[in-house]
Ligand binder design. Sequence first.
Ligand SMILES: [Zn+2]
Length: 54
Amino acid sequence: MIVVCAWCQAEGRPSFVAEREPYQDQTLTHTACPQHREALYEELKRLDEGSDAA
Ligand SMILES: [Zn+2]
């Protein structure tokens, strides 16, 4: 299984994250890379804090 970051892929950036067993199976599986996981976490945190924007 080829693990790719769905967000990197959407942005057209290199999206490869890791390879997982079974290695002969080249099926793509999606996750968030560490950078995007962090970005998503920050985004959720920001949304959670409510509206201090504008
Ligand atoms: Zn990513």
